[in-house]
Each structure stands twice: as C-alpha cells, then as structure tokens.
Design a protein around this ligand. Sequence first.
Ligand code: FAD
Length: 546
Amino acid sequence: MTNPAVRSNASISDNHLDYDAIVIGAGVAGLYQLYKLRNIGMNVRLFEAGTGVGGTWYWNRYPGARFDSESYSYGYSFSKELLDEWDWSEHFASQPEILRYLQHVATKFELTKDIQFSSVVQSASYSEDARSWEIQLQDGSRFKSRFLITGIGLLSQPTLPRIPGIDSFKGQSFHTSRWPHEPVSYEGKRVAVVGTGATGVQTIQEVCKDVGHLTVFQRRPNWCAPLHNAKIDSDEMKEIRAGYEEIFETCNQTAAGFLHTADARSTFEVSEEERYEFWENLYASKGFGIWQGNFKDVLTNPEANKAMSDFVANKIRQRVNDPETAEKLIPNDHGFGTRRVPLETRYYESYNRENVELIDIISTPIQEITPNGIVTSDREFEFDIIIYATGFDAILGSYDKIDIEGVNGCKLKAQWREELSTFLGIQINNFPNLFMILGPHALLGNNPRSIEFNVEWITDLIQHMTALDLTRAEATPEAVASWYQHVLEQGEGLLANQIDSWMTGVNSNLDGRQQRIVARYSGTQSSYRKRANEVAESGYSELNLI
Ligand SMILES: Cc1cc2nc3c(=O)[nH]c(=O)nc-3n(C[C@H](O)[C@H](O)[C@H](O)COP(=O)(O)OP(=O)(O)OC[C@H]3O[C@@H](n4cnc5c(N)ncnc54)[C@H](O)[C@@H]3O)c2cc1C
C-alpha cells in the first residue's frame, strides 16, 4: 500500500471542502486568526461555544474581573487605525470595557459574519486521503476544511471542586467564569467564596463591599501584590498612543511579553538598604513590575526568593489587623512569584472588615455542601450565594474536551498522556494541518503578544503552502524532539517549575492532573521568536510539507 502522505498533490481536490480553514474559538486568538486568513483570501469559518465574541472576557463576568496586564500592552497591535481610535479608561481595564473592545474589533473588521456562535466543537478528525479535517458540532452538524486552527484558550475550561453534595445547594451558585449575563444581587446576602487564586482575590475584594457577610474558604494562599490601578485621562491616553510603537517593541523583547523586564542586578549584589528601597518602589508601582521586573535571580535563586517572600510576608502582616488572619494569608508552600502573582486592590484590607471571615480549609476541611450551605470539619455555615473561584483545567483542558483524531486513528489526548510534545507550541506530529494558538509549550505571559506572533506565523505558513500548492504540513519527529528538549532546557532552574500550579499542569480537583508536567515554554519572547523565525526563513525545513 502506498503511503497516502506521499501521494502527488494532483490527486488532492478542494471540491469536498466546506472551507479552506476552520478556526475554533472567538477570543483574542481566534478573532485575529480569522482576520488574517480572510486577508489572504481564504474562505474561513469560526466556531464558538459562546453566544458572542471575547473568549475569556465574554465568559468571566464576575465582580471585579479585570486585567493584570496594562490595558495598552494587552490590546492588538496590528492595526494603527484601531490603536488610534480606541481609548482605554484605566491602566488595568475591567471586564466590561475589555469585552466592549473585543466587540468593537469584531464589528470594525466585520468578523461576525464568518462566526457561528453557540457551536461547541465536539470532535475533529483528519483524513489522510483528502488531507483535510472534519469537525463535528454538538448538534451533529459537520464541516470540512483543509486547515484547522485552535484558539480554544489556556484558561477556558472551568473546574469545580470535588465536594460531596455540590449539586444539592438550594441558593444561587456560580463558577466565576460562568457568571450569569444578568446582574447578580449580593447586597446584604450571606455569600461564600471558595478559592483564593487570581479570580478569587478579584472577587473577594469587590463583593465584600456590598455583601451582608462574606466567608472565604481558602485552601492555599497566594502571594498577591498591589495592582495600583488608575484612570487614564485624555492627555495620558495621547501620550500612551504616541508611545505605542515603543510599548510593543518593549513587550516583544521582555521575557513574558509584559512591559516589565528583570533588573540586571542580583538580589545580594546590592546593599540591604538598596535592596529594600528597590522592593519598596516595586511594591508601590503599577502592575507586574514586582514579579517580572525584580532582581534577575528572584525567580531562580532560592535564597533570593526567600528574602523577597519575607519582604512581601511583612507587607501582609502590616496590612492585616488580626495577626492570626495575617499568618493564614501568608503562603508557606511556595515562594513569591513561583505562581502567577494575583494583583490586588485592598485585598488584604478586606479581612479587616467586620463582615469578612477567612476559613482555612486545610485545618478544617470542607466535608460537604448541603441545601443550605457548607459544612466543614468543625462548623456548619448557611449561605444565600456560593461563588466557586476554583480555576480551570489549564492549558490541556480545552484540548481534552474535543475528541481530536489524527493520522492512523491516533488520538491527541492519548498521545499527550504519553508525552506532551509539540513543535513551537503550534504543531503536533501525527496531526497534520492542525495549528494551535497558545497550545502547550507556547510562550505565555502577556498573552496577546504571543497570540499575534503565533497567528502571523501560522498565516505565513498557510500562505506559503497555498502559493506552492502544498496541502499537507506536519512537523518532523526530529523537530518535535528538538523543541521538546529546548522547552525542558529553558525551564531548568526556574523555581516555578518546582511547585504545583496550573502552570505545571497540577489540579487537585481533576483526575489525571496530579503529576507535574512542563506545560509551557519558559524562554523569552526573543528566544521564541528567533527560533520560530528561523524555521520560517529556512522555508519551513523542519516541517514535512507536501
Ligand atoms: C479571569 C482571567 C483574567 C486574565 N487576565 C489576563 C491578563 O490580564 N493578561 C493576560 O495576558 N492574560 C490574561 N488572562 C488569560 C487570557 O485567557 C488570555 O489573555 C486570552 O484572553 C486568551 O485568548 P484566547 O483567544 O487564546 O482564548 P480564550 O479567550 O480563552 O478564548 C477561547 C474561546 O474558545 C472557545 N472554545 C473552547 N473550546 C471550544 C470548543 N470545543 N468549541 C467551540 N468553542 C470553544 C471558548 O468558548 C472561548 O470563547 C486571563 C484569564 C482569565 C481567566
């Protein structure tokens, strides 16, 4: 039998295809991919589970949801016109404003006409004979295309905690990322928040102002740092607009695409006085500087990390009135910055309010949820509303939800269980013509910066293939192995890879997510871009193109 992969292109027809390309997901990634492919003359269809565009910013409508990236470093950079006409109202915009921005993008570039909403893609299978993908939606309808591009999100599959009786609660209950579109009234009510990660922190500091009583159930505290959000007036917006080129250039050079870059000095290279002055300044400045712009060894050297953690622990002690509560809020199982740092606005002061109580569920575990509330090992609580801020099945979750079948019946989920490997976080061997945006082993951080680069890289490859009448792209096993090795090397020595977090693929609420994995690329924007550009400049020599 001849290998279908080496058949001549003359026998491959487009006649059976519904579209040249199918894109899944209408978030920052999918919207830009749709725009770019349409611009090169392709017939594209985008399928989205939600009823509107926005992805993360469509789903996460919980109170207090906002950026921890500076608004102007997060927005798209590709259109000068868009940059010129859009004003951000705050340095860290809130979810309604971000959603309005993405809706504006969809309207401006007439994207919605090519999007099918309320369409959950359940399966996708590759046909070697036709060199095309067929997707199936939840309603049974099927569509075929040459290329399949996933923009399905790294934090888009919510996870609920595994607590007996969770369905029995008679009040209102929501996962933060499945917040209703109608306003929720929690004024004066007895509210529980389960979880104190980034979304928990944003929710707690907001709802505590209005609720009758708030009980926070914390399994593990995180190292949070002040956001220092501020309004942007028209003069400041003018300055920001004039500096856009520099802003994006900076983001493209820094480690994780943020505006902040590590200080060239090591922690103990400077005097104690200088060190604390530097840290005080970081603590008083906006955004992720304290995480990404710290001394260069804070995230790699355990002693430096311990000193920084002690500094932040003291800040928490200073801000929380009750010493016992303060100690509960100080992490003791990981160092500062080894997990994504939740940025907060008077989060710690929330615990100084009469109406807020913190329950440590390591010492008094939740035993069950009842029709009336939550029962821990030593108390029974009654609630009107329970908010689950329990995070996501990160990075792999949205892929696992789709039954993806490549060549010879090879299933993606099973292949990744054996070894999680990709090429550039974009391609996977055995899955030709499938391209991922922000897939595993991609560079995360200030995500739109990686998204734009990846979308442009994928578009260039597809354009190259179209120009040469090529119909099949698959990374070679050697390319995948060498990228995997590179990903492992880049992660060496990073303290973040030595602890449990969503960034190391651990989620105690899910079976099969207990082992740490290397799930993301920990190199820099420049190292990632250099490698990906070399692949393109070599005529994609590390891909088998037919
Ligand atoms: C609360 C929160 C705050 C965040 N803040 C920041 C921040 O400040 N800075 C930052 O850089 N990043 C932040 N992130 C990460 C954020 O996810 C990314 O910045 C970015 O929005 C990812 O865009 P995306 O298009 O790749 O994925 P998403 O925005 O997650 O969009 C994926 C879309 O795919 C759809 N989808 C998934 N599976 C299917 C399927 N099978 N069928 C059909 N549709 C499907 C989903 O419905 C969703 O709309 C935050 C994430 C969260 C949850």
